[in-house]
Design a protein around this ligand. Structure first.
Ligand SMILES: Nc1ncnc2c1ncn2[C@@H]1O[C@H](COP(=O)(O)OP(=O)(O)O)[C@@H](O)[C@H]1O
Ligand SMILES: [Mg+2]
Length: 115
């Protein structure tokens, strides 16, 4: 994604925001949902990133969005993850963020960053 955005002349600041937001959503899919897939759509004025997983879902999205809230297992914490700042960081670095989630089914995080 970074390479493609660079190639079409997107300013580094916007690329950085998109990369941080995407990274956090990907890490969440790996840590909390045993992985998932990324769909990236590049438009003339924005990039839309969807991270889709079939993990456990998020029972309380408002709570999950709180800074410092984390259910990450100790194994993830030992590797430096689980600070509870991922979702707040996605919010901070994106222009639009949407969480579609169903307990027992999975989660889709949609991120839009405008250039
Ligand atoms: N894709 C996901 N599937 C299930 N739960 C998630 C997912 N993403 C986030 N969560 C829940 O939201 C919480 C907060 O996420 P985040 O702010 O990224 O913190 P962290 O990943 O450090 O725990 C997680 O601890 C987890 O309970
Ligand atoms: Mg996280």
């Amino acid at each position: 994604m970074k390479k493609m955005l660079t190639r079409i002349g997107v300013r580094p600041e916007s690329i950085k925001r998109a990369a941080i937001a995407m990274y956090e959503a990907e890490i969440n899919a790996v840590i909390h949902a045993r992985g998932g897939k990324a769909i990236v759509m590049i438009l003339p004025d924005s990039v839309r990133i969807e991270i889709v997983d079939q993990g456990p879902g998020i029972p309380d999205v408002d709570l999950a969005m709180k800074e410092g809230y984390s259910t990450a297992p100790d194994t993830a914490r030992e590797m430096g993850f689980g600070a509870g700042m991922g979702l707040p960081n996605i919010k901070k670095h994106s222009d639009e963020m949407k969480i579609d989630t169903e307990v027992g089914k999975g989660t889709t995080v949609t991120i839009i960053v405008r250039f």
